[in-house]
Ligand binder design. Sequence first.
Ligand code: PNS
Length: 169
Amino acid sequence: MTSHVVYPGSFDPVTNGHIDLVERSSRVFGQVIVGVASGHGKEPLFPVEERVALMRQATASMRNVRVESFDGLLVDYLRQKESCVVIRGLRAISDFEYELQMALTNRQLSGEIETIFLMPSQEYVFLSSRIVKAVAGLGGDVSAWVPPVVFEALRRKYSRAPKEVPGVS
Ligand code: PNS
């Protein structure tokens, strides 16, 4: 039996949908360890240190939540943390195949691991880090979708250098 669970993800960047899931998990389990995956298929927008820092700031009010990065296989990380429960969010049918594949792969790799799926609040069902980056990158307002610290980080990331005005040095 374990009272501490691991919520893994890329969190590039963390959205209000992720925070909703951390909150739900923290109400159900004794401790939630948010594992920010450092390895990523493609180049992330934010380096892992910044993704961890943003997640820490966004979850600072939750006393039983710890945020750290991890490398390598998730099952090895769980062993290291002496946990056997993975928390994942399930938003829509479109998530299901990927999540099923990942949960069953982890179960093949380590028989004692269980994945528990939580549904986010309805208002975040459409939300993803990918959508946030796409909209923010084109100058759209994502303030309702991400914690304020992430909004600021995105603004810094995408702020354009001031255009040079001819004749003005
Ligand atoms: O937020 P994401 O990108 O959907 O999270 C995916 C993540 C990081 C949880 C997953 O890719 C992962 O567990 N990576 C660690 C490497 C691993 O264990 N891979 C095998 C399981 S699919």
